[in-house]
Design a binder for this molecule. Structure first.
Ligand SMILES: [Zn+2]
Length: 270
């Protein structure tokens, strides 16, 4: 393919592509506050850049990106846009079913918004999987790049959350003109009960609790950060990003070789 983005090709290019390969990537992001040092589009910018780099590495097509996601707690800060979760679930279903109708069999979603986007995306994917038999997978940096993230991170326990070290490092590496490192801040939540730890790098017994606008603003100190961005560097971001691209590329190549799909119910979403 000359162009990795589906929308930059012509329909005949897609027809030719499908004769050789039936995998496609869809980047999912969010437009939500990222404190004072990162732009609102951070999650979307990152998922799209990851998609482009993986696409070039593996010769895979990318569907148009989904810019916005499910981010109700971030409405505590100006500029955030949130979908209703059922809207996001429907977007997943309608995009995937359109692609499957044309013969795409394997769909790799790249989620830039971490855990908040996962429930509605997984519901949509599960419906599509059961209906069509297509193979669907989510590459979320917290999971597919967990080892490298842990290795690179220098923050204390509780330091990985939102707009923090790893996310900021990756942004400083990829989109320096949109960032203001001098405004980075630190806010390590001081949870007083051992079950209240949210940092994915901390192994331990945990509860899953949900946020609301009022308490999230308070918990993020009126700045919008959860964690420590003061330790973020371009160098860390480069290493983190390169490992992420290598991991997702390896997974796509693995799927090409090993995952068999037989499509059924290839229907137009209507
Ligand atoms: Zn983010």
């Amino acid at each position: 393919m000359k162009n990795v983005w589906l929308q930059e090709n012509k329909w005949e290019d897609v027809e030719d592509y499908l004769k050789k390969k039936t995998t496609i990537i869809i980047p999912f992001g969010s437009v939500e506050q990222h404190a004072q040092h990162l732009p609102l589009g951070t999650d979307a910018f990152l998922s799209q850049q990851i998609a482009v780099d993986v696409a070039k590495e593996t010769n895979t097509l990318i569907a148009p990106p989904v810019w916005v996601g499910w981010a109700p707690h971030h409405m505590a800060y100006k500029g955030t846009i949130t979908l209703k979760p059922e809207t996001l679930t429907s977007i997943v279903q309608d995009m995937c079913e359109s692609l499957i109708y044309h013969g795409f069999e394997k769909i790799i979603l790249i989620n830039g918004h971490r855990e908040a986007n996962l429930p509605p995306i997984k519901i949509g994917m599960t419906k599509v999987r059961n209906k069509t038999g297509a193979f669907l997978a989510i590459a979320d940096p917290f999971y597919i790049n967990a080892e490298k993230g842990k290795e690179l991170s220098e923050v204390e326990e509780g330091g990985i959350g939102h707009a923090e070290e790893l996310e900021a490092s990756q942004m400083y590496h990829l989109f320096p003109d949109l960032c203001e490192p001098s405004k980075s801040a630190k806010n390590i939540p001081k949870n007083n009960h051992r079950f209240m730890q949210h940092d994915p790098h901390v192994i331990g017994d945990k509860m899953i609790t949900v946020s609301d606008v009022a308490t999230y603003k308070d918990a993020t100190k009126g700045i919008g950060i959860m964690g420590d961005a003061t330790l973020a560097t371009k160098e860390k971001g480069k290493k983190y990003h390169e490992a992420l691209i290598a991991n997702i590329s390896e997974f796509i190549n693995y799927c090409e070789e090993n995952i068999e799909v037989e499509l059924r119910n290839q229907e137009i979403p209507i």
